[in-house]
Design a protein around this ligand. Sequence first.
Ligand SMILES: [Ca+2]
Length: 362
Amino acid sequence: MRQVHKHTVTIACAALFIALADNPSTANSSLGKNDHWLIQLRDKTSFEGTVAASALPVKTRHGVLSIPLTKIQKAMVAADATSIDVRCTSGDRIVGKLIPGKTVSIKTHDGNVQLPTEKIAMLMHRAIVLDLGKDVTMKLVAIPKGEFQMGAPPTEKDRRGNEGPLRQIKISRKFFMGTTEVTQSQYEAVLGNNPSQFKHPDNPVETADWNDAMAFCKALSKKTGKRVMLPTEAQWEYACRAGTKGRFSFGNDNKDLDDHAWRDTNSGGKTHPVGKKKPNPFGLYDMHGNVWEWCRDYFHDRSYASMRNVDPEETRVSPYRVQRGGSWSKIPRACRSAMRARSSPDHKDPNFGFRVIIESDQ
Ligand SMILES: [Ca+2]
């Protein structure tokens, strides 16, 4: 009886997957065509590139499933290279045999490489490129799951009281985060307007309040079929620190800030095009400075005293939402990794912008 039950469940999963793959709105989408992957081969070598073929063919007992690469989060090939375990972004899991002779075309800096599927040990989704229409795209990089110390230690210079107590926090799932703040061209492509004071298509959108940021996420989710969100405060700080523990993601010294941030003394009193300063170790730009970035959470001074250890999010209602990272008009203290600011969700200001994330199931 148990075997029959298992068999039924497997068929249901396969059928669900086929239905997803055949969904016209998904099939017609250009999503993922520029996505970035880490490809690890069975001989332990690896390289990064853009997967150009549209699908990975896997033979299962229910027939051949052609798995769109855009739906693959991770594909593990068995040691004997005869079977494959594919985890999909939809949450589905397909286990089957590799089809000998089929290849995946991978675009690299040196041109296209035709790779036999049996040589692939692992395909890891490293970056998502969203097509926003009107020749506008948005790149989001994979932020691995892990643990970090959230907040500032009591010894940190310029520390504020609401940055503690220091907490050991676990981020339990990988997520993808915009490499830059949302630009004015991206905002306009999605919402059809541009509220910014310092007009330039490549500058971050500003004078956008928290409600505007949420409306952007909702509209972009609808447009792409992916769940686009603001980061939680914990996700933001984890991504900003990128494994570092100092005042900034590059160290502790204010004098190095100008290499990484637009702030009070180098901005000329305005925003600047995103991505022009040095990125942090995760490849994220302008996490310090340029514009403050809205987070999903409500703001409370004492959130850290009571928040949970795993994937915390402050959901107790308050009049304010969290902002992080400082901005073009701020002193170094306000641009620190642990710095927390607050504003009411309808407060518009040329210092206020945001960036987005896409959560994953892994
Ligand atoms: Ca920023």
